[in-house]
Design a protein around this ligand. Structure first.
Ligand code: SF4
Length: 809
């Protein structure tokens, strides 16, 4: 017997406690595994309030709990009963909303299937029996999400068979708890011998590590600006991981793009090369890893969803994964094919095993994401993981985008062209649905607005009723026996509409000023758009799932702006900036304030810009980028550009295909001919890409790419002015400067790089713009970067580079 005072307490929600042993079932909305979905919450509340009004014995959201002693553990299981009738024979009721009443009621009443929902309801019944020694009635109240119809499904509670399951489940829980306790102990041990992967850290790297360690000692969140070349990925990941391991925990490492996962994977490989047994797991987006044409996760459509949980358990797949050190899409796809299970779900299930989980921002910050699973801590482990946010300057735009969807009549109209492959019986109906969707959208157009965009009230009712029409149709469509093709037009239409209405419901619930809705007219109808100016309030809650938070990037200044809009409290946040580890003499950084890219002055500046680029580029043969504020600006400058002899000119196209991008990269890499690439700031060539060695020797940054002065931006400006007292800076200056600094940062990426960076616009010398610049760009004032004799200084620079002499700036 274990002394009760020495027992280890383990807290568990009923939904995690009451599951079949072993796991059985398929991936589907009502699988009963994982976090409850938000879908149907509204219906849930409506049913509860209606029942409470009709019946005075009805109580809802009744908290219940019970402690089970088993082995050395005390399992404290708690939950909330949806509805409880305090009648002579107590009735306990769980409410479930579904699109297919018949299917769910069949599953819940099938005695051969032990559905997790039934186990959960029986657990509530068992708690009641333990307390009162009377058997309650148990029933599900099922409500259709399609038409509001409902039905009740009663289930029995046989104490003897429940206790049989209970014994097996408690034994399993003890095994699981011991397993995860052991894992936590191994991690703590790992932390003791966890060494920095480089024998000789780079300049600044030691300080970076120390600053993060100090911040984590006091649980202080951090934003770090550090340039490329400092080794910041390893410099941030190392202390974050060491601290997490010391608590038996993990690191969740998020990036804005999948293409940036490789850098983090590389860092973990270096830790592994030093003998540490840390594992990395990279999560691939569902749309990319899914084996089917469309990720429709239900057993009727997808053979990998069918009996997924049963197959994973029977084949010991999670045990196989636990033995691997690097888990990525290849691993999950191979196992998925071999055992006919879903690779996406497998990676989510295995995420607890890895010390570093590398994934997209979505898994931490997206609303309604299935994805909150990533930070869950397994039973038997304490504390929370650490969160590392790579390229954190993207956080503001990525997260406001989550809440800023739009619906366009042009996009809807274009969908008609892909209806050809649909069976005839559906085609006509989809045409009509497209018509009514466009009509619903056009009805938002305010009277007498001409071609101007205008603010409108959120059009909730009409859009939600169209949503119901579309969902009804979708349900029938998916039920029909047809082969779903990639980019299925019905799925596209329904997803397009429902993403918008989900945001609309979110916004309608709030009277907050950070959202507004606008209508932009178009000859074929128009676009309705919700704009979120500020997602900081939604982000704040996301951080609470983590013990420590570190965001880093090469452009996070001014820190105050990034902290506030990222939902981090500037009062308690620690910030740090690190200088480039490379000598200043390796680069020539100039501002040309004689050039103006202001809208009103552009026309006369296009030829000057073109000529300046030409005259500077011919001083040294090599590859250069000219980064412009927009495609229009790029094209206008290119029209008056006189290509220097021997040079090739390439240009970035809007929506460039991957092959074309790779062609440019290969061309630069081969370096056969000096080349000028005309590209845009904030695009694929100016951020998140490296140009090692002599791939480029210079960048012209033509003006800070200020967003257009349209209704949306102006509304944002007034919101920021009111909320933060810095309207123009927040709406225009800082977002533009982040892009300009990123573009400038392409040139010097390694020890051996030499190159020029030319900032062309008089706004670059202004203090409000200079606030966003790295502090090692100038000593006191950006005017230090203005040259009296540009061509001579650039020539001298290249002469020094060619002769191997070092000059100081
Ligand atoms: S394979 Fe695709 S459709 Fe099937 S369950 Fe996985 S993600 Fe869903």
């Amino acid at each position: 017997m274990v002394d009760p005072a020495c027992m280890k307490e383990i807290k568990l929600a009923v939904s995690n406690f009451a599951v079949p042993v072993p796991r059985k079932g398929s991936i589907e909305t009502h699988s009963g595994y994982g976090r409850a979905s938000d879908v149907g919450q509204e219906i849930h509340l409506q049913v509860q309030s209606r029942k409470a009004k009709l019946d005075s014995t009805y109580r809802f959201e009744v908290p219940v709990s019970h402690d089970f002693e088993f082995g050395e553990y005390l399992f404290k299981v708690s939950g909330r009963i949806d509805g409880l009738y305090e009648t002579p024979k107590v009735k306990i009721e769980e409410i479930k909303s579904t699109f297919n009443l018949w299917d769910l009621s069949r599953k819940l009443s099938d005695p051969t299937l032990i559905h997790p929902y039934c186990l959960q309801l029986r657990t509530y019944g068992y708690f009641h029996w333990l307390k009162n020694q009377t058997l309650p009635e148990l029933s599900f109240h099922l409500v259709s999400q399609r038409n509001g119809e409902s039905c009740d499904v009663a289930i029995d509670l046989d104490i003897a068979s429940y206790e049989n399951w209970l014994k097996i489940r408690l034994e399993e829980l003890v095994r699981e708890t011991r397993k995860w306790e052991k894992k936590a102990a191994q991690r703590r041990k790992m932390a003791d011998s966890f060494e920095f992967p480089f024998v000789q850290p780079r300049i600044g790297q030691v300080e970076l590590v120390e600053q993060i360690q100090n911040a984590m000692n006091t649980k202080t969140r951090m934003l770090i600006q550090a340039p490329t070349g400092l080794g910041k990925t390893a410099g941030v990941l190392y202390p974050a991981l060491k601290e997490a391991l010391s608590r038996g925990q993990r690191v969740i490492y998020v990036t804005p793009k999948n293409s940036q996962h490789a850098v983090a994977e590389d860092s973990v490989s270096r830790f592994q090369d030093r003998g540490t047994r840390v594992k990395s797991l990279t999560i691939t987006a569902k749309s990319k890893i899914c084996f089917k044409n469309e990720p429709l996760c239900n057993p009727e459509y997808c053979e990998y969803a069918k009996d997924h949980y049963t197959k994973v358990d029977e084949n010991g797949i999670l045990q196989m994964l636990a033995k691997k050190r690097k888990l990525n899409s290849r691993t999950f796809r191979t196992l998925g094919q071999r055992f006919q299970v879903c690779p996406f779900e497998l990676q989510m299930e295995a995420a607890q095993e890895a010390e570093t989980v590398i994934c997209d921002y979505n898994y931490v910050f997206a609303p309604r994401s299935s994805l909150g699973r990533i930070s869950e801590t397994p039973i038997g482990q304490k504390g929370k993981p650490n969160l590392v946010i790579d390229e954190a300057h993207n956080l503001i735009s990525r997260t406001t985008d989550y809440y800023s969807p739009s619906l366009s009549s042009v996009v809807l109209d274009r969908m008609r062209t892909s209806l050809g492959n649909l069976p005839k019986r559906f085609r006509n109906e989809v045409e009509l649905l497209l018509d009514s969707s466009i009509q619903t959208l056009i009805a938002c157009r305010p009277e007498g607005t001409g071609t101007q965009s205008s603010r409108i009230d959120p059009p909730s009712e009409a859009f939600l009723s169209q949503e119901a029409e579309l969902r009804n149709f979708l349900f029938r469509y998916l039920e029909a026996d047809i082969e779903i093709q990639p980019k299925d037009p019905v799925l596209r239409l329904c997803n397009y509409w429902s993403e918008f209405t989900a945001a609309l419901e979110f916004v309608s619930d709030r009277t907050r000023e950070e959202f507004f809705t606008s209508f932009q007219p178009h000859p074929s109808g128009g676009t309705v758009k919700i704009t979120c100016c500020d997602a900081s309030e939604m982000l704040r809650g996301c951080y609470d799932e983590y013990e420590n938070v570190v965001g880093f990037s090469a452009t996070l200044k001014p820190f105050d702006y990034y902290a506030k809009l990222a939902g981090l409290d500037p009062e308690t946040l620690k910030v740090a900036e690190f200088a480039s580890p490379f000598p200043k003499a390796n680069r020539k950084l100039l501002i040309i304030p004689q050039i103006s890219t202001k809208y009103s002055e552009r026309e006369r500046n296009y030829p000057r810009i073109a000529e300046t680029i030409r005259r500077i580029a011919i001083l040294k043969q090599g590859n250069y980028f000219a980064f412009f504020p927009s495609f229009d600006f790029l094209n206008r400058t290119l029209e008056c550009f006189n290509t220097p002899e021997g040079f090739t000119v390439l240009r970035q196209e809007k929506e460039m295909k991957i092959d074309a991008l790779e062609k440019v990269m290969t061309h630069l890499k081969e370096g056969v001919q000096p080349t000028l690439v005309f590209a845009v700031q904030g695009g694929v060539f100016s951020e998140g890409v490296d140009y090692p060695g002599k791939m480029i020797i210079g960048a012209f940054v033509v003006g800070p790419p200020l967003p257009s002065f349209d209704l949306e931006r102006e509304q944002m400006r007034s919101y920021y002015e009111k909320r933060y007292g810095a309207g123009f800076d927040y709406a225009y200056t800082y977002p533009a400067m982040a892009k300009a600094v990123q573009a400038a940062g392409r040139v010097i990426r390694s020890e051996s790089d030499r190159g020029i960076i030319v900032l062309m616009d008089n706004r670059f010398i202004r203090n409000d713009y200079a606030k966003s610049m790295p502090s090692d760009w100038f000593d006191q004032n950006p005017r230090e970067l203005v040259s009296e004799s540009i061509l001579r200084e650039v020539s001298d620079f290249w002469a020094c580079v060619d002769s191997g002499t070092i000059i100081s700036q």
